[in-house]
Write a protein that binds this ligand. Structure first.
Ligand code: RAM
Length: 343
């Protein structure tokens, strides 16, 4: 019994010593971060998406990492969920998502983040709970205002106009359309009537048939505003083929390489866009800044984005944060030939 009394404190000391030793021991190296950075675009067959993914790939590769480029055949959330599940299984370092839906990707993207994968959206945002930050191509409110001003100008101040959008769930188009509706409430637009919002789903054939339906249903239609590069090209082709140049004006957001002919022939007197290659490239640097821990996606953090220089994360209108590329650019007959071979 006596020996026990002597030994017990010694034993306790030894245990304490072992515990302390364990706490001070250098931690085993963290599991190596993958060198793979993935981007998931809305759908295949979209030249704008190809440019954006190309910019992302370039930005990732020049930093010595591997880029994975994915896009489903159809622009649905379900198809993107499957792709993201595969990327989680691969344990990529980061996923850059061009969302086909604002909310529907939340469970799968939250799961990715809980496994240490850095998740951010680009071009078409997902809700703030599903992302660490968002790469926004241009000020969303400004885009909405600019497109209403264009419709007003091309309609000559009054009359009917329609919107030809992408899918009804596309968060970037929906946000721009919301800002357009807000802008339309201003008294100066009292005689400008938005008669219909049609959805071409960023598919060439559907955008063509939706444009034809607009023209058939609204014989007095003066302007079609397509805030999608696929939609605007389809609409301009329809008005050109049907001899409606000068009667139904087409404007919106277009890719210069696809729209140069329609700007030259007058089907689309002018349109707007940003550089999609730069959007993707900026995304590449957001991805690596997140994995390096330079940023965590919080307002006020800064990072450098290669040839584009330095950027600061700001508050987004949806309550999350974003990185803004810059202002949209106007393409018109005087400058379109400079841009049609660039993107
Ligand atoms: C289409 C896509 C893309 C959008 C551009 C303007 O290519 O919907 O997400 O940003 O148009």
């Amino acid at each position: 019994m006596k020996t026990m009394k002597k030994v017990l404190p010694l034993l306790m000391l030894a245990v304490l010593g072992l515990v302390l030793l364990g706490a001070c021991k250098p931690k085993p190296a963290e599991t190596a971060v993958s060198n793979q950075y993935a981007i998931v675009f809305k759908s295949t067959g979209n030249p704008y998406g190809e440019r954006q993914m190309g910019g992302f790939e370039n930005g990732i590769q020049e930093q010595g990492f591997e880029a994975i480029l994915r896009a489903p055949d159809l622009p649905t959330a379900e198809a993107q969920i499957q792709m993201i599940e595969q990327l989680i299984a691969q344990h990529v370092a980061a996923i850059c998502i061009v969302g086909n839906d604002f909310d529907a990707l939340q469970p799968v993207l939250s799961n990715a983040m809980s496994q240490g994968i850095k998740v951010f959206s680009l071009d078409s945002s997902v809700n703030p709970a599903s992302r660490m930050t968002h790469v926004n191509q241009a000020d969303s409110e400004k885009i909405g205002q600019t497109l209403v001003e264009a419709a007003y100008d091309l309609a000559g101040g009054s009359g009917e106009f329609a919107i030809l959008s992408a899918t009804s769930q596309a968060s970037n188009q929906n946000l721009w359309i919301d800002y357009m509706k807000k802008e339309l409430e201003k008294p100066q637009y009292a005689n400008l009537n938005l008669v219909k919002i049609a959805y071409g789903d960023d598919l060439r054939d559907k955008s063509t048939s939706e444009t034809e339906a607009l023209i058939a249903s609204y014989p007095n239609l003066k302007v079609i505003v397509a805030p999608t590069t696929v939609g605007i090209a389809a609409a301009a082709k329809v008005t050109t083929d049907r001899g409606l140049i000068g009667k139904v004006h087409v404007t919106g957001l277009g890719l210069p390489s696809e729209m140069a002919d329609y700007i030259d022939n007058g089907a689309c007197p002018y349109m707007y866009l940003w550089n999609p290659i730069d959007v993707g490239y900026l995304g590449a640097y957001v991805g690596t800044a997140l994995t390096k821990g330079t940023i965590a996606g919080n307002e006020g953090e800064t990072f450098s984005a290669g040839r584009l220089g330095s950027y600061t994360i700001t508050k987004a209108p949806d309550g999350g944060t974003e990185v803004l590329l810059g202002p949209p650019f106007k393409f018109e007959p005087s400058n379109i030939s400079d841009w049609k071979s660039v993107y």
